[in-house]
Design a binder for this molecule. Structure first.
Ligand code: OFO
Length: 167
């Protein structure tokens, strides 16, 4: 495997791992603040990002590359509001999408077509995750400060997320 592509994939392993821990911190904050639906959503998101990380680790190993498991950033422990939580979620997903696009661009430059092919799965995944994050943030912006709206959002979040996933 081309060394610069190997290094980009190792960076990506770190981004997925950081996203997983970031979402775990969000799940825990939501749990602590009585948003059980939101916390369940982020516990699941955290698991998903961990699965994305492991998929990359296995792929690099299968292709004879060298995986270097990175140190993680300390996730933010506190959030002002549900809006801040979901703004961070969308920002995090947009960052990951940018990095994936960069890997794909470099794969074409370096003629690493197998990696290019493998990364298409991540492109599709990111499209879905960004769509879910945008939809949830739009709903929160409509709700504003209305507490009963937050209650219903928390109750319905997993149904909303699943319905976006299936579109
Ligand atoms: Fe949504 O970050 Fe993984 O790919």
């Amino acid at each position: 495997m081309n060394k610069s592509i190997e290094s980009l994939l190792n960076d990506q392993i770190g981004y997925e791992a950081n996203a997983s821990m970031h979402y775990l911190a969000m799940a825990s904050w939501a749990d602590e603040n009585g948003y059980n639906g939101v916390s369940e959503f982020f516990y699941n998101q955290s698991e998903e990002e961990r699965a994305h990380m492991i998929k990359l680790v296995k792929f690099v190993n299968e292709r004879g590359g060298k995986v270097v498991i990175p140190a993680l950033d300390k996730p933010k422990p506190e959030f002002e509001s549900l809006n801040e939580l979901f703004e961070d979620f969308l920002r995090s997903e947009m960052f990951v999408t940018e990095q994936i696009s960069h890997i794909i661009f470099e794969c074409l430059n370096k003629k690493e077509y197998n990696v290019h092919n493998f990364m298409q799965w991540y492109v599709t995944e990111q499209l879905e995750e960004e769509a879910v994050a945008r939809t949830l943030l739009d709903k929160l912006n409509i709700i504003g400060d209305d507490k009963s709206g937050h209650y219903l959002f928390d109750r319905d979040i997993n149904a909303i997320a699943t319905s976006v996933d299936q579109e």
